[in-house]
Design a protein. Structure first.
Lengths: 385, 385
């Protein structure tokens, strides 16, 4: 195959427009922007050269595209995703792949037995720091992972952000708060680097910093069957906030923070030293290591390029969409644990969570105080993820 | 009053010997070492110039002392403490003041209405870093405290430490593990700096790194009525470990780590900026501040000096013993929460915890593998707290 893949974009919000522009500008070898769709007729003018549909389903049935990128509001990912897969089209879904696990299961089921590429937009997997950390873990250099602590409290969002749309930060509009909207990347990286825990206990504070009906502050503890423990803390209400990933392992301690990877490496593996030293207050000798890496990955562009190459040359996907269920499950389990005030065992019962979410959606109300003047700048928005 | 206070030390283990030596060497103005007591007759030779008793109760009744420092194994703090108070003697108790809250209540009750000085050995309150942080909080400079995260995983103890005594790290011998033995200082500083939480959820992993029957790895989440959240993580099994205290507040973020206090200060208070900014992705402007402080406090010596001055001149105590119940309650509540698999509300039911501890003590066994050769070096030991 050497012919370009004809791509359709469904949903021309901030992220969809950014992706469409990159493809239209020829930045993604192998992809050609063939059609765009949005329910708002007026956004057609953003891409005057490209066939426009007011309905995603029409775009899917048009015969004009071989592949689709779904960038609609979260709740429509499942529906359009399934339509694409049923039509035999290659599919790239924005994060989160669905709002809840049961929808993920439906989406993934629709992909079974289909000879299509099915990917998810987890652009942060292209970040050299996380790639390096993944390499260190998989190569065995770090030994056993004992403890993970990720504090991501620099997802700062002031009130004006939330009041820019009545649907923002509502259960009906987005299906969650910081976990569903800002944190899916870290939740995906978490499961990509450390795997899925056995249980989750979490507290999700609803509208602690902002007048919103969803969570804006979360503390979660994850237990793994091998004894490893993880703590994730996130909020949109803290300034200046922290983004620090600390990984304690038998070969020492790795910290990712401020664009640096610092590794304090135990010369002797801790578990061995612990058993064999004769010194009551001794510790393994250390090496202080800083691991250099390039500062930026290709992010969204990298995922789009990979999507093209996967279709044209069979390249391995950076983020197969089926893996996208894990971050949704982590998010759902945190919300479920907090609502029930109890630890949740994984795999989580997807029906139980769907029931909780539907109750919340039924009681959900669009925000009354909407500041139409405060429209979000699209470029700033795309950069912020 | 100008006459020196005649002090007796009960318990000549590592800490008791260190305190006795400081007093005997005249390092504590106003205190004179008048008597020492230990159940082991052979330790009398450590202090040949001083009257020795094989029984703490005899020392208390001897009429030779005006004040007592209790440095026995944890479980005897309550009993000797009460005897001292009933005899009208001034009292300084090593940490923890008792092993469980009900015993703390008994001890504190015995002090009521007595005209004596009743102090606890929380020497880390003399540390200039914590004093400075306390000053910043109390002066209002930090605004509202929003989140506290203290990772204290540098309490490293290899197996040889635990096998140095059959009683070590057993429920019967010490009444707990890292929380009862290493962490009381941080638990005290926690309540001193941030107050007591409303609820605690914790997991205490029993013998995760070591072959011991008590906890050696803890993850605890504390909720406060004002919305503030705290996470405390500690273990004796991690090398090199971390000691990092992060405090997020409306005036920015303070981090105590590696002997430094770093404060990223919000020029505008966060809660105000959040409400008033028109910029969706804006953040308050920052000042990067490093706060200098002297590197060491007077530690144990400082507390002994303060004890003397409190008796002789009415100086305010660094750590009134009644406050020592708080760190015990935090420790107990973490162990109770973990055992029950549920959040514990504070004030904790002291009877419920005493029942759990008694069950554990009944099932407790001294360690079989004891390495008598591996006796702990006393000076190294004292330094390690």
């Amino acid at each position: 195959m050497t012919k370009d893949v004809r791509v359709g974009i469904i949903g021309l919000g901030n992220m969809g427009s950014a992706h469409a522009r990159m493809i239209a500008e020829g930045k993604v070898p192998g992809l050609r922007l063939a059609a765009v769709a949005d329910v708002r007729a007026e956004v057609a003018e953003k891409f005057p050269e490209t066939t426009f549909f007011e309905s995603g389903s029409e775009l899917i049935r048009s015969g004009l595209v071989d592949a689709v990128v779904v960038c609609t509001p979260h709740f429509d990912h499942t529906r359009y995703g399934i339509e694409c897969l049923d039509a035999g089209l290659h599919l790239l879904v924005e994060k989160p792949i669905s709002v809840h696990k049961a929808d993920c299961e439906r989406l993934i089921k629709a992909s079974e037995g289909k000879d299509v590429v099915f990917a998810a937009m987890f652009n942060q997997r292209t970040d050299p720091a996380y790639k390096k950390l993944k390499h260190l873990i998989e190569s065995g250099e770090l030994g056993e992972i004992e403890r993970v602590q990720w504090t991501i409290t620099d997802w700062y969002r002031p009130d004006v952000y939330y009041s820019s749309g009545g649907w923002r930060a509502t259960w009906a509009g987005e299906g969650g708060g910081v976990l569903m909207n800002q944190c899916p990347h870290q939740l995906d990286l978490w499961q990509w680097l450390f795997g899925m825990p056995e249980t989750i206990w979490a507290e999700c504070q609803i509208g602690r910093f902002h007048d919103i009906e969803v969570e804006d502050s979360v503390t979660a503890v994850m237990k793994y069957s091998d004894g490893k423990r993880g703590v994730l803390i996130t909020t949109t209400g803290e300034a200046p906030g922290t983004n620090r990933l600390e990984v304690a392992c038998s070969r020492g301690r790795v910290v990712l923070e401020n664009g640096k990877i610092e590794w304090l490496r135990n010369e002797v593996e801790n578990r061995e030293f612990l058993r064999t030293t004769k010194n009551h207050f001794g510790k393994p000798d250390l090496w202080r290591i800083e691991i250099p890496f390039e500062n930026t990955g290709e992010q969204h562009l990298g995922v789009l390029k990979n999507f093209a190459k996967a279709i044209l040359e069979g390249e391995t996907l950076i983020a197969p969409a089926a893996e996208g269920m894990n971050s949704v499950e982590l998010c759902n389990a945190m919300l479920l644990s907090s609502a029930e005030g109890a630890e949740v065992r994984l795999p989580m019962d997807s029906v139980r969570y769907e029931r909780l979410l539907k109750e919340r959606i039924a009681a959900s109300k669009p925000k009354e105080k909407v500041d139409e003047q405060g429209a979000v700048d699209s470029e700033e928005f795309a950069k912020s993820f």
